[in-house]
Design a protein. Structure first.
Lengths: 136, 136, 136, 136
Protein backbone atom coordinates (compact mmCIF):
# COMPACT_ATOMS: atom_id res chain seq x y z
CA UNK A 1 0.00 0.00 0.00
CA UNK A 2 2.61 2.50 -1.16
CA UNK A 3 0.18 5.31 -1.99
CA UNK A 4 -1.39 5.06 1.46
CA UNK A 5 2.05 5.50 3.03
CA UNK A 6 2.83 8.49 0.81
CA UNK A 7 -0.49 10.24 1.41
CA UNK A 8 -0.28 9.95 5.18
CA UNK A 9 2.99 11.92 4.96
CA UNK A 10 1.28 14.66 2.96
CA UNK A 11 -1.72 15.06 5.27
CA UNK A 12 -2.07 18.72 6.31
CA UNK A 13 -2.93 17.82 9.92
CA UNK A 14 0.08 15.71 10.98
CA UNK A 15 0.07 16.71 14.62
CA UNK A 16 -1.00 13.31 15.89
CA UNK A 17 1.57 11.25 17.70
CA UNK A 18 0.13 8.03 16.33
CA UNK A 19 1.63 8.25 12.81
CA UNK A 20 3.62 5.04 12.51
CA UNK A 21 1.17 3.02 14.62
CA UNK A 22 -1.63 4.31 12.39
CA UNK A 23 0.08 3.29 9.16
CA UNK A 24 0.87 -0.17 10.55
CA UNK A 25 -2.71 -0.55 11.81
CA UNK A 26 -4.36 0.47 8.53
CA UNK A 27 -2.10 -1.92 6.61
CA UNK A 28 -2.80 -4.78 9.02
CA UNK A 29 -6.56 -4.13 8.88
CA UNK A 30 -6.79 -4.10 5.09
CA UNK A 31 -4.42 -7.08 4.72
CA UNK A 32 -6.48 -9.03 7.25
CA UNK A 33 -9.76 -8.00 5.57
CA UNK A 34 -8.54 -9.17 2.16
CA UNK A 35 -6.99 -12.35 3.61
CA UNK A 36 -10.18 -13.27 5.50
CA UNK A 37 -12.22 -12.63 2.34
CA UNK A 38 -9.94 -14.98 0.39
CA UNK A 39 -9.93 -17.53 3.24
CA UNK A 40 -13.74 -17.70 3.25
CA UNK A 41 -13.65 -18.31 -0.48
CA UNK A 42 -10.94 -20.96 -0.11
CA UNK A 43 -12.96 -22.67 2.66
CA UNK A 44 -15.94 -22.83 0.31
CA UNK A 45 -13.68 -24.64 -2.20
CA UNK A 46 -12.61 -27.35 0.27
CA UNK A 47 -13.91 -30.89 -0.20
CA UNK A 48 -15.53 -30.94 3.24
CA UNK A 49 -17.32 -27.58 3.17
CA UNK A 50 -19.51 -28.41 6.14
CA UNK A 51 -16.44 -28.64 8.39
CA UNK A 52 -15.47 -25.12 7.31
CA UNK A 53 -18.83 -23.38 7.79
CA UNK A 54 -17.97 -21.92 11.19
CA UNK A 55 -14.65 -20.65 9.83
CA UNK A 56 -16.39 -18.96 6.89
CA UNK A 57 -18.74 -17.24 9.33
CA UNK A 58 -15.91 -15.85 11.44
CA UNK A 59 -13.92 -14.87 8.33
CA UNK A 60 -16.82 -12.79 7.07
CA UNK A 61 -17.34 -11.01 10.39
CA UNK A 62 -13.61 -10.37 10.73
CA UNK A 63 -13.30 -8.97 7.19
CA UNK A 64 -16.15 -6.50 7.80
CA UNK A 65 -14.84 -5.31 11.16
CA UNK A 66 -11.24 -4.95 9.90
CA UNK A 67 -12.34 -2.94 6.91
CA UNK A 68 -14.40 -0.51 8.98
CA UNK A 69 -11.57 -0.17 11.48
CA UNK A 70 -8.99 0.45 8.74
CA UNK A 71 -11.16 3.20 7.31
CA UNK A 72 -11.51 4.93 10.69
CA UNK A 73 -7.75 4.94 11.26
CA UNK A 74 -7.21 6.20 7.70
CA UNK A 75 -9.00 9.43 8.77
CA UNK A 76 -6.40 10.95 11.11
CA UNK A 77 -7.71 14.50 11.24
CA UNK A 78 -10.11 14.47 14.15
CA UNK A 79 -10.25 11.39 16.25
CA UNK A 80 -13.09 10.68 18.65
CA UNK A 81 -11.03 8.90 21.28
CA UNK A 82 -13.79 6.90 22.91
CA UNK A 83 -15.40 5.62 19.72
CA UNK A 84 -12.06 4.81 18.12
CA UNK A 85 -10.80 2.99 21.19
CA UNK A 86 -13.97 0.88 21.32
CA UNK A 87 -13.64 0.04 17.61
CA UNK A 88 -10.01 -1.02 18.02
CA UNK A 89 -11.05 -3.32 20.88
CA UNK A 90 -13.86 -4.78 18.80
CA UNK A 91 -11.46 -5.36 15.91
CA UNK A 92 -8.92 -7.13 18.11
CA UNK A 93 -11.76 -9.32 19.48
CA UNK A 94 -12.99 -10.21 15.97
CA UNK A 95 -9.42 -11.03 14.88
CA UNK A 96 -8.85 -13.25 17.91
CA UNK A 97 -12.13 -15.14 17.39
CA UNK A 98 -11.36 -15.73 13.71
CA UNK A 99 -7.65 -16.41 14.30
CA UNK A 100 -8.40 -19.08 16.93
CA UNK A 101 -10.69 -20.96 14.56
CA UNK A 102 -8.27 -20.60 11.62
CA UNK A 103 -5.39 -21.84 13.80
CA UNK A 104 -7.29 -25.06 14.52
CA UNK A 105 -7.79 -25.75 10.81
CA UNK A 106 -4.21 -24.72 10.09
CA UNK A 107 -2.98 -27.26 12.62
CA UNK A 108 -5.02 -29.87 10.75
CA UNK A 109 -3.11 -29.07 7.58
CA UNK A 110 -5.36 -26.55 5.85
CA UNK A 111 -2.71 -24.13 4.68
CA UNK A 112 -4.86 -21.12 3.80
CA UNK A 113 -6.29 -21.15 7.32
CA UNK A 114 -2.75 -21.15 8.75
CA UNK A 115 -1.95 -18.01 6.72
CA UNK A 116 -5.21 -16.38 7.80
CA UNK A 117 -4.49 -17.15 11.46
CA UNK A 118 -1.23 -15.18 11.09
CA UNK A 119 -3.01 -12.26 9.42
CA UNK A 120 -5.54 -12.18 12.28
CA UNK A 121 -2.83 -12.34 14.93
CA UNK A 122 -0.86 -9.53 13.30
CA UNK A 123 -4.00 -7.37 13.00
CA UNK A 124 -5.04 -7.92 16.62
CA UNK A 125 -1.54 -6.85 17.72
CA UNK A 126 -1.61 -3.78 15.45
CA UNK A 127 -4.99 -2.76 16.90
CA UNK A 128 -3.68 -3.15 20.45
CA UNK A 129 -0.62 -1.04 19.56
CA UNK A 130 -2.79 1.62 17.92
CA UNK A 131 -5.10 1.75 20.94
CA UNK A 132 -2.03 2.37 23.10
CA UNK A 133 -0.81 5.14 20.78
CA UNK A 134 -4.12 7.04 20.87
CA UNK A 135 -3.97 10.23 22.87
CA UNK A 136 -7.07 10.52 25.02
CA UNK B 1 -36.30 -3.66 4.42
CA UNK B 2 -39.10 -6.13 3.82
CA UNK B 3 -36.96 -8.88 2.28
CA UNK B 4 -34.62 -8.79 5.27
CA UNK B 5 -37.57 -9.32 7.60
CA UNK B 6 -38.88 -12.20 5.49
CA UNK B 7 -35.54 -13.95 5.18
CA UNK B 8 -34.82 -13.85 8.90
CA UNK B 9 -38.05 -15.81 9.40
CA UNK B 10 -36.88 -18.44 6.92
CA UNK B 11 -33.42 -18.93 8.44
CA UNK B 12 -32.85 -22.65 9.21
CA UNK B 13 -31.13 -21.89 12.52
CA UNK B 14 -33.79 -19.86 14.37
CA UNK B 15 -32.95 -21.01 17.87
CA UNK B 16 -31.57 -17.68 19.00
CA UNK B 17 -33.59 -15.71 21.45
CA UNK B 18 -32.48 -12.43 19.92
CA UNK B 19 -34.78 -12.51 16.86
CA UNK B 20 -36.78 -9.31 17.20
CA UNK B 21 -33.88 -7.37 18.72
CA UNK B 22 -31.70 -8.53 15.81
CA UNK B 23 -34.15 -7.37 13.15
CA UNK B 24 -34.56 -3.99 14.86
CA UNK B 25 -30.80 -3.65 15.22
CA UNK B 26 -29.99 -4.51 11.59
CA UNK B 27 -32.64 -2.06 10.40
CA UNK B 28 -31.36 0.70 12.68
CA UNK B 29 -27.74 0.09 11.60
CA UNK B 30 -28.45 0.23 7.87
CA UNK B 31 -30.82 3.19 8.23
CA UNK B 32 -28.20 5.05 10.26
CA UNK B 33 -25.43 4.11 7.80
CA UNK B 34 -27.43 5.43 4.84
CA UNK B 35 -28.57 8.53 6.75
CA UNK B 36 -25.01 9.39 7.85
CA UNK B 37 -23.81 8.90 4.27
CA UNK B 38 -26.47 11.32 3.05
CA UNK B 39 -25.79 13.73 5.92
CA UNK B 40 -22.08 13.93 5.02
CA UNK B 41 -23.08 14.70 1.45
CA UNK B 42 -25.59 17.32 2.59
CA UNK B 43 -22.97 18.90 4.86
CA UNK B 44 -20.63 19.20 1.86
CA UNK B 45 -23.43 21.11 0.07
CA UNK B 46 -23.84 23.69 2.85
CA UNK B 47 -22.67 27.28 2.23
CA UNK B 48 -20.26 27.17 5.17
CA UNK B 49 -18.59 23.83 4.51
CA UNK B 50 -15.72 24.53 6.90
CA UNK B 51 -18.15 24.64 9.83
CA UNK B 52 -19.39 21.18 8.86
CA UNK B 53 -16.01 19.44 8.41
CA UNK B 54 -16.04 17.83 11.85
CA UNK B 55 -19.60 16.60 11.30
CA UNK B 56 -18.63 15.06 7.93
CA UNK B 57 -15.76 13.23 9.64
CA UNK B 58 -17.99 11.75 12.33
CA UNK B 59 -20.69 10.91 9.76
CA UNK B 60 -18.19 8.88 7.74
CA UNK B 61 -16.90 6.95 10.74
CA UNK B 62 -20.44 6.28 11.96
CA UNK B 63 -21.60 5.03 8.54
CA UNK B 64 -18.70 2.56 8.32
CA UNK B 65 -19.16 1.22 11.84
CA UNK B 66 -22.96 0.90 11.49
CA UNK B 67 -22.63 -0.97 8.23
CA UNK B 68 -20.14 -3.49 9.63
CA UNK B 69 -22.29 -3.96 12.73
CA UNK B 70 -25.46 -4.46 10.68
CA UNK B 71 -23.71 -7.14 8.62
CA UNK B 72 -22.57 -9.01 11.74
CA UNK B 73 -26.07 -9.06 13.22
CA UNK B 74 -27.47 -10.20 9.84
CA UNK B 75 -25.48 -13.44 10.30
CA UNK B 76 -27.46 -15.07 13.14
CA UNK B 77 -26.16 -18.64 12.78
CA UNK B 78 -23.10 -18.72 14.99
CA UNK B 79 -22.44 -15.71 17.13
CA UNK B 80 -19.10 -15.11 18.82
CA UNK B 81 -20.47 -13.46 21.94
CA UNK B 82 -17.37 -11.50 22.94
CA UNK B 83 -16.58 -10.09 19.51
CA UNK B 84 -20.20 -9.23 18.80
CA UNK B 85 -20.68 -7.56 22.17
CA UNK B 86 -17.56 -5.43 21.61
CA UNK B 87 -18.78 -4.43 18.14
CA UNK B 88 -22.19 -3.41 19.48
CA UNK B 89 -20.48 -1.24 22.10
CA UNK B 90 -18.25 0.33 19.45
CA UNK B 91 -21.28 1.03 17.27
CA UNK B 92 -23.20 2.68 20.10
CA UNK B 93 -20.10 4.83 20.82
CA UNK B 94 -19.76 5.88 17.16
CA UNK B 95 -23.48 6.73 17.02
CA UNK B 96 -23.27 8.80 20.20
CA UNK B 97 -20.20 10.74 18.97
CA UNK B 98 -21.85 11.49 15.63
CA UNK B 99 -25.28 12.12 17.14
CA UNK B 100 -23.91 14.68 19.62
CA UNK B 101 -22.26 16.67 16.84
CA UNK B 102 -25.32 16.43 14.58
CA UNK B 103 -27.58 17.54 17.43
CA UNK B 104 -25.54 20.75 17.80
CA UNK B 105 -25.95 21.61 14.14
CA UNK B 106 -29.60 20.58 14.29
CA UNK B 107 -30.17 23.01 17.14
CA UNK B 108 -28.64 25.72 14.94
CA UNK B 109 -31.27 25.04 12.30
CA UNK B 110 -29.53 22.61 9.97
CA UNK B 111 -32.40 20.23 9.39
CA UNK B 112 -30.54 17.28 7.85
CA UNK B 113 -28.31 17.15 10.92
CA UNK B 114 -31.39 17.07 13.18
CA UNK B 115 -32.67 14.04 11.26
CA UNK B 116 -29.27 12.36 11.43
CA UNK B 117 -29.07 12.96 15.18
CA UNK B 118 -32.33 11.01 15.54
CA UNK B 119 -31.02 8.16 13.37
CA UNK B 120 -27.88 7.97 15.52
CA UNK B 121 -29.86 8.01 18.77
CA UNK B 122 -32.17 5.24 17.52
CA UNK B 123 -29.22 3.13 16.36
CA UNK B 124 -27.32 3.51 19.65
CA UNK B 125 -30.46 2.39 21.52
CA UNK B 126 -30.95 -0.57 19.18
CA UNK B 127 -27.32 -1.64 19.71
CA UNK B 128 -27.74 -1.42 23.47
CA UNK B 129 -30.92 -3.51 23.28
CA UNK B 130 -29.24 -6.08 21.04
CA UNK B 131 -26.26 -6.34 23.38
CA UNK B 132 -28.71 -7.05 26.19
CA UNK B 133 -30.47 -9.73 24.12
CA UNK B 134 -27.26 -11.62 23.32
CA UNK B 135 -26.93 -14.89 25.15
CA UNK B 136 -23.40 -15.29 26.44
CA UNK C 1 -35.38 3.30 6.51
CA UNK C 2 -37.45 6.22 7.73
CA UNK C 3 -34.53 8.49 8.61
CA UNK C 4 -33.04 8.04 5.14
CA UNK C 5 -36.32 9.15 3.60
CA UNK C 6 -36.53 12.17 5.89
CA UNK C 7 -32.96 13.27 5.32
CA UNK C 8 -33.21 13.11 1.55
CA UNK C 9 -36.05 15.66 1.80
CA UNK C 10 -33.84 17.98 3.87
CA UNK C 11 -30.83 17.84 1.54
CA UNK C 12 -29.80 21.41 0.58
CA UNK C 13 -29.10 20.41 -3.04
CA UNK C 14 -32.46 18.97 -4.09
CA UNK C 15 -32.25 20.02 -7.74
CA UNK C 16 -31.86 16.51 -9.08
CA UNK C 17 -34.78 15.04 -10.94
CA UNK C 18 -33.99 11.57 -9.66
CA UNK C 19 -35.38 11.97 -6.12
CA UNK C 20 -37.96 9.20 -5.88
CA UNK C 21 -35.92 6.81 -8.03
CA UNK C 22 -32.92 7.48 -5.79
CA UNK C 23 -34.82 6.74 -2.57
CA UNK C 24 -36.24 3.52 -4.04
CA UNK C 25 -32.80 2.50 -5.33
CA UNK C 26 -30.98 3.12 -2.02
CA UNK C 27 -33.66 1.17 -0.16
CA UNK C 28 -33.51 -1.72 -2.61
CA UNK C 29 -29.70 -1.80 -2.48
CA UNK C 30 -29.47 -1.90 1.32
CA UNK C 31 -32.36 -4.37 1.63
CA UNK C 32 -30.71 -6.63 -0.95
CA UNK C 33 -27.29 -6.28 0.74
CA UNK C 34 -28.72 -7.27 4.14
CA UNK C 35 -30.84 -10.05 2.64
CA UNK C 36 -27.88 -11.53 0.70
CA UNK C 37 -25.77 -11.35 3.88
CA UNK C 38 -28.45 -13.27 5.78
CA UNK C 39 -28.94 -15.71 2.88
CA UNK C 40 -25.23 -16.60 2.86
CA UNK C 41 -25.44 -17.25 6.58
CA UNK C 42 -28.60 -19.34 6.16
CA UNK C 43 -26.95 -21.34 3.34
CA UNK C 44 -24.05 -22.11 5.68
CA UNK C 45 -26.62 -23.52 8.16
CA UNK C 46 -28.17 -25.92 5.63
CA UNK C 47 -27.57 -29.65 6.01
CA UNK C 48 -25.98 -29.93 2.58
CA UNK C 49 -23.59 -26.97 2.72
CA UNK C 50 -21.60 -28.13 -0.29
CA UNK C 51 -24.64 -27.74 -2.52
CA UNK C 52 -24.95 -24.11 -1.37
CA UNK C 53 -21.30 -23.02 -1.82
CA UNK C 54 -21.87 -21.36 -5.19
CA UNK C 55 -24.89 -19.53 -3.79
CA UNK C 56 -22.87 -18.26 -0.81
CA UNK C 57 -20.21 -16.95 -3.20
CA UNK C 58 -22.73 -15.02 -5.29
CA UNK C 59 -24.52 -13.76 -2.17
CA UNK C 60 -21.27 -12.27 -0.87
CA UNK C 61 -20.42 -10.55 -4.14
CA UNK C 62 -23.95 -9.22 -4.46
CA UNK C 63 -24.00 -7.85 -0.90
CA UNK C 64 -20.74 -5.96 -1.46
CA UNK C 65 -21.79 -4.49 -4.80
CA UNK C 66 -25.27 -3.49 -3.53
CA UNK C 67 -23.81 -1.76 -0.49
CA UNK C 68 -21.31 0.28 -2.51
CA UNK C 69 -24.04 1.20 -5.00
CA UNK C 70 -26.44 2.23 -2.25
CA UNK C 71 -23.80 4.50 -0.76
CA UNK C 72 -23.12 6.20 -4.10
CA UNK C 73 -26.81 6.93 -4.67
CA UNK C 74 -27.10 8.21 -1.07
CA UNK C 75 -24.74 11.06 -2.08
CA UNK C 76 -26.99 13.08 -4.35
CA UNK C 77 -25.05 16.33 -4.43
CA UNK C 78 -22.68 15.90 -7.35
CA UNK C 79 -23.12 12.88 -9.49
CA UNK C 80 -20.46 11.70 -11.94
CA UNK C 81 -22.82 10.42 -14.59
CA UNK C 82 -20.48 7.96 -16.28
CA UNK C 83 -19.13 6.33 -13.11
CA UNK C 84 -22.58 6.13 -11.53
CA UNK C 85 -24.16 4.65 -14.63
CA UNK C 86 -21.44 1.99 -14.80
CA UNK C 87 -21.94 1.14 -11.12
CA UNK C 88 -25.71 0.80 -11.55
CA UNK C 89 -25.12 -1.59 -14.47
CA UNK C 90 -22.62 -3.60 -12.41
CA UNK C 91 -25.11 -3.79 -9.54
CA UNK C 92 -27.93 -4.99 -11.76
CA UNK C 93 -25.56 -7.65 -13.18
CA UNK C 94 -24.53 -8.82 -9.69
CA UNK C 95 -28.19 -8.98 -8.61
CA UNK C 96 -29.16 -11.00 -11.69
CA UNK C 97 -26.28 -13.48 -11.21
CA UNK C 98 -27.18 -13.99 -7.56
CA UNK C 99 -30.93 -13.94 -8.16
CA UNK C 100 -30.71 -16.64 -10.83
CA UNK C 101 -28.81 -18.97 -8.50
CA UNK C 102 -31.14 -18.23 -5.57
CA UNK C 103 -34.18 -18.84 -7.77
CA UNK C 104 -32.92 -22.36 -8.56
CA UNK C 105 -32.57 -23.20 -4.87
CA UNK C 106 -35.88 -21.52 -4.12
CA UNK C 107 -37.59 -23.75 -6.70
CA UNK C 108 -36.09 -26.74 -4.90
CA UNK C 109 -37.81 -25.66 -1.68
CA UNK C 110 -35.13 -23.65 0.09
CA UNK C 111 -37.27 -20.79 1.30
CA UNK C 112 -34.59 -18.26 2.26
CA UNK C 113 -33.20 -18.48 -1.26
CA UNK C 114 -36.66 -17.79 -2.69
CA UNK C 115 -36.86 -14.60 -0.60
CA UNK C 116 -33.36 -13.58 -1.64
CA UNK C 117 -34.20 -14.13 -5.32
CA UNK C 118 -37.02 -11.61 -4.90
CA UNK C 119 -34.72 -9.09 -3.18
CA UNK C 120 -32.23 -9.42 -6.04
CA UNK C 121 -34.92 -9.02 -8.70
CA UNK C 122 -36.30 -5.92 -6.98
CA UNK C 123 -32.82 -4.41 -6.65
CA UNK C 124 -31.89 -5.06 -10.28
CA UNK C 125 -35.13 -3.34 -11.35
CA UNK C 126 -34.48 -0.38 -9.02
CA UNK C 127 -30.96 0.02 -10.47
CA UNK C 128 -32.31 -0.05 -14.01
CA UNK C 129 -34.92 2.58 -13.08
CA UNK C 130 -32.31 4.74 -11.39
CA UNK C 131 -29.98 4.50 -14.40
CA UNK C 132 -32.88 5.73 -16.54
CA UNK C 133 -33.57 8.63 -14.16
CA UNK C 134 -29.96 9.91 -14.21
CA UNK C 135 -29.51 13.10 -16.14
CA UNK C 136 -26.38 12.84 -18.31
CA UNK D 1 -0.40 -7.05 1.93
CA UNK D 2 1.88 -10.04 2.49
CA UNK D 3 -0.75 -12.35 3.95
CA UNK D 4 -3.03 -11.75 0.99
CA UNK D 5 -0.22 -12.78 -1.38
CA UNK D 6 0.51 -15.91 0.66
CA UNK D 7 -3.11 -16.99 0.93
CA UNK D 8 -3.79 -16.67 -2.78
CA UNK D 9 -0.98 -19.20 -3.33
CA UNK D 10 -2.64 -21.62 -0.90
CA UNK D 11 -6.12 -21.41 -2.40
CA UNK D 12 -7.38 -24.94 -3.25
CA UNK D 13 -8.92 -23.80 -6.54
CA UNK D 14 -5.91 -22.26 -8.34
CA UNK D 15 -6.97 -23.18 -11.87
CA UNK D 16 -7.70 -19.62 -12.91
CA UNK D 17 -5.32 -18.04 -15.37
CA UNK D 18 -5.76 -14.63 -13.75
CA UNK D 19 -3.54 -15.18 -10.68
CA UNK D 20 -0.97 -12.40 -10.96
CA UNK D 21 -3.45 -9.94 -12.44
CA UNK D 22 -5.81 -10.73 -9.56
CA UNK D 23 -3.20 -10.10 -6.88
CA UNK D 24 -2.16 -6.83 -8.51
CA UNK D 25 -5.79 -5.77 -8.86
CA UNK D 26 -6.77 -6.55 -5.25
CA UNK D 27 -3.72 -4.66 -4.01
CA UNK D 28 -4.42 -1.67 -6.23
CA UNK D 29 -8.09 -1.61 -5.16
CA UNK D 30 -7.38 -1.68 -1.43
CA UNK D 31 -4.49 0.79 -1.71
CA UNK D 32 -6.71 3.15 -3.70
CA UNK D 33 -9.61 2.70 -1.25
CA UNK D 34 -7.40 3.56 1.74
CA UNK D 35 -5.69 6.42 -0.11
CA UNK D 36 -9.02 7.97 -1.20
CA UNK D 37 -10.31 7.63 2.38
CA UNK D 38 -7.24 9.48 3.67
CA UNK D 39 -7.44 12.06 0.84
CA UNK D 40 -11.04 12.92 1.76
CA UNK D 41 -9.93 13.41 5.35
CA UNK D 42 -6.96 15.53 4.26
CA UNK D 43 -9.23 17.63 2.01
CA UNK D 44 -11.48 18.30 5.03
CA UNK D 45 -8.37 19.61 6.86
CA UNK D 46 -7.48 22.13 4.13
CA UNK D 47 -7.96 25.84 4.83
CA UNK D 48 -10.32 26.26 1.89
CA UNK D 49 -12.61 23.28 2.49
CA UNK D 50 -15.27 24.57 0.12
CA UNK D 51 -12.85 24.28 -2.81
CA UNK D 52 -12.30 20.63 -1.93
CA UNK D 53 -15.95 19.55 -1.51
CA UNK D 54 -16.23 18.04 -5.00
CA UNK D 55 -12.97 16.16 -4.46
CA UNK D 56 -14.23 14.73 -1.15
CA UNK D 57 -17.38 13.51 -2.88
CA UNK D 58 -15.46 11.70 -5.59
CA UNK D 59 -12.97 10.30 -3.06
CA UNK D 60 -15.81 8.75 -1.07
CA UNK D 61 -17.44 7.17 -4.11
CA UNK D 62 -14.09 5.87 -5.35
CA UNK D 63 -13.19 4.34 -1.97
CA UNK D 64 -16.50 2.46 -1.79
CA UNK D 65 -16.31 1.14 -5.34
CA UNK D 66 -12.64 0.09 -5.01
CA UNK D 67 -13.32 -1.75 -1.79
CA UNK D 68 -16.23 -3.73 -3.23
CA UNK D 69 -14.21 -4.53 -6.35
CA UNK D 70 -11.20 -5.67 -4.33
CA UNK D 71 -13.43 -8.01 -2.34
CA UNK D 72 -14.91 -9.56 -5.47
CA UNK D 73 -11.46 -10.25 -6.96
CA UNK D 74 -10.33 -11.68 -3.61
CA UNK D 75 -12.88 -14.50 -4.14
CA UNK D 76 -11.25 -16.41 -7.00
CA UNK D 77 -13.20 -19.67 -6.72
CA UNK D 78 -16.19 -19.12 -8.94
CA UNK D 79 -16.27 -16.00 -10.99
CA UNK D 80 -19.44 -14.72 -12.66
CA UNK D 81 -17.78 -13.31 -15.76
CA UNK D 82 -20.44 -10.77 -16.71
CA UNK D 83 -20.96 -9.31 -13.24
CA UNK D 84 -17.24 -9.16 -12.53
CA UNK D 85 -16.46 -7.54 -15.86
CA UNK D 86 -19.11 -4.88 -15.25
CA UNK D 87 -17.74 -4.20 -11.77
CA UNK D 88 -14.19 -3.81 -13.09
CA UNK D 89 -15.46 -1.30 -15.65
CA UNK D 90 -17.36 0.61 -12.96
CA UNK D 91 -14.25 0.67 -10.78
CA UNK D 92 -12.05 1.99 -13.57
CA UNK D 93 -14.67 4.70 -14.25
CA UNK D 94 -14.83 5.71 -10.56
CA UNK D 95 -11.02 5.85 -10.41
CA UNK D 96 -10.82 7.99 -13.55
CA UNK D 97 -13.47 10.44 -12.27
CA UNK D 98 -11.71 10.79 -8.91
CA UNK D 99 -8.21 10.80 -10.41
CA UNK D 100 -9.07 13.62 -12.83
CA UNK D 101 -10.33 15.82 -10.00
CA UNK D 102 -7.36 14.97 -7.76
CA UNK D 103 -4.93 15.69 -10.61
CA UNK D 104 -6.33 19.23 -10.91
CA UNK D 105 -5.77 19.91 -7.21
CA UNK D 106 -2.36 18.23 -7.37
CA UNK D 107 -1.34 20.57 -10.20
CA UNK D 108 -2.35 23.47 -7.93
CA UNK D 109 0.11 22.23 -5.30
CA UNK D 110 -2.08 20.15 -3.01
CA UNK D 111 0.28 17.23 -2.49
CA UNK D 112 -2.10 14.66 -1.02
CA UNK D 113 -4.32 15.03 -4.09
CA UNK D 114 -1.29 14.42 -6.34
CA UNK D 115 -0.62 11.15 -4.51
CA UNK D 116 -4.28 10.15 -4.71
CA UNK D 117 -4.35 10.87 -8.46
CA UNK D 118 -1.53 8.33 -8.86
CA UNK D 119 -3.34 5.74 -6.74
CA UNK D 120 -6.46 6.19 -8.89
CA UNK D 121 -4.50 5.94 -12.15
CA UNK D 122 -2.76 2.75 -10.96
CA UNK D 123 -6.08 1.20 -9.85
CA UNK D 124 -7.84 2.01 -13.12
CA UNK D 125 -4.98 0.35 -15.02
CA UNK D 126 -5.05 -2.70 -12.73
CA UNK D 127 -8.82 -3.05 -13.29
CA UNK D 128 -8.36 -2.83 -17.05
CA UNK D 129 -5.61 -5.50 -16.90
CA UNK D 130 -7.78 -7.74 -14.71
CA UNK D 131 -10.73 -7.38 -17.07
CA UNK D 132 -8.46 -8.49 -19.90
CA UNK D 133 -7.24 -11.50 -17.87
CA UNK D 134 -10.76 -12.76 -17.12
CA UNK D 135 -11.69 -15.87 -19.05
CA UNK D 136 -15.25 -15.57 -20.35
Amino acid sequence: MKYLEEILHKHPDPAHSDGSAALACIRACFDCAATCTACADACLSEDDVAAMAHCVRLNLDCADVCEATGRLIARPSERDFKALHAQLEACAAACRACGDECRKHGDEGIEHCAVCAEACRACAEACDAMAGALVA
